[in-house]
Design a protein around this ligand. Structure first.
Ligand SMILES: Cc1cc2nc3c(=O)[nH]c(=O)nc-3n(C[C@H](O)[C@H](O)[C@H](O)COP(=O)(O)OP(=O)(O)OC[C@H]3O[C@@H](n4cnc5c(N)ncnc54)[C@H](O)[C@@H]3O)c2cc1C
Length: 286
C-alpha cells in the first residue's frame, strides 16, 4: 500500500502521465512510424514506443518474443497469508526480521510487517508468511490455475478444498515454530490464504523495434530471489535513460536497443539463479 501510494503521488505530480484505470490491452503493433496498443474496448493508443509492464502473463511479450511468449510453471506453489498481531497468542515473541525455515520438503518465509495503518506499535503490527510447497500441483491443474506449462491464476480460498485446509493446518503445526505457525493457523481459520503457482521466464530479448518489456513482462524470477521488484525498477530507470539519450540523436529502435544491452544479461542471470533453487526444490520434493 505504501509503495502504491507513493507511485500514485508521483503519477499525479507528472502532467505527462495519464492514467487509464480498468483498461485492458488486447494487442500491440508497430510500423516504421509509430507503435500502438488496442484495448479490449477497441480503443487504439499510438506513441513513439510501447513499453509493456504488464506482468508475468504479458500480452506485449507475444509481440516482442513471439517464439517464446509464455512464462512457464516452475513446479510448485507458494501459500500466502497475512495475520494481525492482535489475533496471535504468541505476539510476545515478535520477530525482528525475515525468518527462513526448511522442514520436510517445504520452505517457509516469515516476515514482520507494519499494521495496515503503517503503525509499528506492539499490538498493531502484522505477520506475513510464504510457504513453498511442491505437493499440490494436481490441485493447481484441476482448478485451471496451471494449464499445460502455463500459469493462469492463483488459487483463491474458494478454490481450496476443506480437506486441503485441514491438511495444511496439521502440517503447519508439525513443521513451523511460533509465531509463524500461529499466523498460518489464523489465516487458515479465516480462509484468508492464497495459493500462487510460481512461473519463471528467462528472456532472450527485451526489445523488438519500438516495443519493449520491463518488469515481470520481461523476466519472471522465482520470489526466492527476492529481486523481481527491484529489477523492475532498474528496468524502468534504464528505459528512461536510454530513451533520453536517444532524444539526442539516435532512432527510437537504437535507443531501446541501448536499454536491452544494459539489462538483458543481468536479468537473465537473475532468473537463472532462481531456477537453480526451483530445480533443487522440486527435485527434492519429487
Ligand atoms: C508470491 C510472490 C512473492 C514475491 N516476493 C518478492 C520479494 O520479496 N521481493 C521482490 O523483489 N519481488 C518479489 N516478487 C516479485 C514481484 O512481485 C514482481 O517482480 C513485481 O511485482 C513485478 O512488477 P511488474 O509491475 O512488472 O508486474 P505486476 O506487479 O504483475 O504488474 C503488472 C500490472 O499490469 C497489469 N496488466 C496485466 N495485463 C494487462 C493488460 N493486458 N492490460 C492492462 N494491464 C495489464 C496488471 O493488472 C498489473 O497491474 C514476488 C512475487 C510473488 C508472486
Amino acid at each position: 500500500m505504501a509503495v502504491h501510494a507513493r507511485l500514485r503521488a508521483a503519477v499525479d505530480a507528472d502532467p505527462y502521465i495519464e492514467l487509464r484505470p480498468h483498461t485492458t490491452v488486447r494487442s500491440v503493433g508497430q510500423d516504421a512510424h509509430s507503435a500502438w496498443v488496442i484495448t479490449s474496448d477497441d480503443q487504439t493508443f499510438r506513441g513513439d514506443v510501447v513499453i509493456g509492464a504488464d506482468g508475468h502473463r504479458s500480452v506485449v511479450r507475444g509481440s516482442v518474443s513471439p517464439e517464446k511468449p509464455d512464462a512457464t510453471f516452475a513446479g510448485y506453489l507458494i501459500w500466502l497469508g497475512l495475520a494481525d498481531e492482535s489475533a496471535l497468542a504468541s505476539s510476545r515473541h515478535w520477530p525482528r526480521d525475515v525468518d527462513i525455515f526448511s522442514a520436510g520438503d517445504d520452505y517457509l518465509l516469515g516476515y514482520p510487517l507494519p499494521g495496515s495503518d503503517g503503525s509499528v506499535a506492539p499490538g498493531s503490527r502484522q505477520i506475513g508468511w510464504a510457504w513453498y510447497d511442491a505437493s499440490h500441483n494436481d490441485l493447481l491443474r484441476e482448478k485451471g490455475s496451471v494449464v499445460g506449462n502455463v500459469v493462469r491464476h492463483a488459487l483463491t480460498s474458494a478454490d481450496i478444498p476443506e480437506a486441503t485446509f485441514r491438511k495444511l493446518a496439521t502440517k503447519a503445526k508439525d513443521l513451523w515454530p511460533a509465531p509463524w505457525c500461529d499466523a498460518i493457523l489464523d489465516c487458515i481459520k479465516r480462509r484468508a490464504v492464497l495459493g500462487t503457482p510460481i512461473a519463471e521466464y528467462v528472456p532472450d530479448r527485451l526489445v523488438n523495434g519500438r516495443l519493449a518489456l520491463v518488469g515481470d513482462a520481461a523476466h519472471v524470477p522465482t520470489p526466492m530471489t527476492g529481486s523481481g521488484f527491484s529489477a523492475s525498477l532498474y528496468d524502468a530507470e534504464a528505459v528512461a535513460e536510454s530513451v533520453a539519450a536517444g532524444v539526442r540523436g539516435s532512432t527510437v529502435a537504437q535507443a531501446l536497443g541501448g536499454y536491452e544491452r544494459k539489462r538483458l544479461s543481468s536479468v537473465r542471470g537473475m532468473v537463472q539463479s532462481g531456477q537453480q533453487f526451483s530445480r533443487s526444490f522440486t527435485g527434492r520434493a519429487a
